[in-house]
Write a protein that binds this ligand. Sequence first.
Ligand code: DX5
Ligand code: ZN
Length: 220
Amino acid sequence: MQPIKIAPSILSADFARLGEEVRAIDSAGADWIHVDVMDGHFVPNLTIGPMVVKALRPHSAKPFDVHLMVSPADALVEAFAEAGADILSVHPEAGPHLHRTLMRIRALGKKAGVVLNPATPLACLDHVMDLLDLVLVMSVNPGFGGQSFLESALPKIAAIRRRIDASGKAIELEVDGGVDAGNAASVVAAGATVLVAGTASFKGGAESYAANIAALKARP
Ligand code: DX5
Ligand code: ZN
């Protein structure tokens, strides 16, 4: 079985104890730490800024996978890179110039990703494949944790898998939203290599985290 990575979203962590939560989820087996950045404008919620990422950085050596739900993104890319992000992913709709934003992320020495909302067509990948380290497929509409997985994401993941394979490039395929131990197997079967999981990682308190991550990786 192909090993997959689990990227717990700290959106579902206890924000009053974020450093402790990051340490706990790291030692429970998280592969990446997924950070959901929301601006109250591109998405209807307001979350984490670069200062928080900087404060969390010493609490884990795992890659910080920063999902930017901000518009425009360019002005914040450098601040998150300096704060300690390893991967920076942007939505094409956040604009105005996706190609420029990806170039900027790469120029900062970071990995670059594009995020596809449920209604975003694959065509937005057409002219940027060479600049990508990651494609992130949303399986919910962005803005909140705890939503139900949209089944329409599965054929989309499979279609992107075919594109990545045809490109011959080592591009990760990450899926975000409503992923749990019950649907992880079908998400991976469709072609995902990284699973974001907020609710499913952080449920039950710190003593459950290792079992939660193991359940996501087990895919019975
Ligand atoms: C939604 C975020 C997701 C979300 C995942 O906008 O991008 O990362 O927090 O949370 P769950 O796993 O609870 O759907
Ligand atoms: Zn996310």
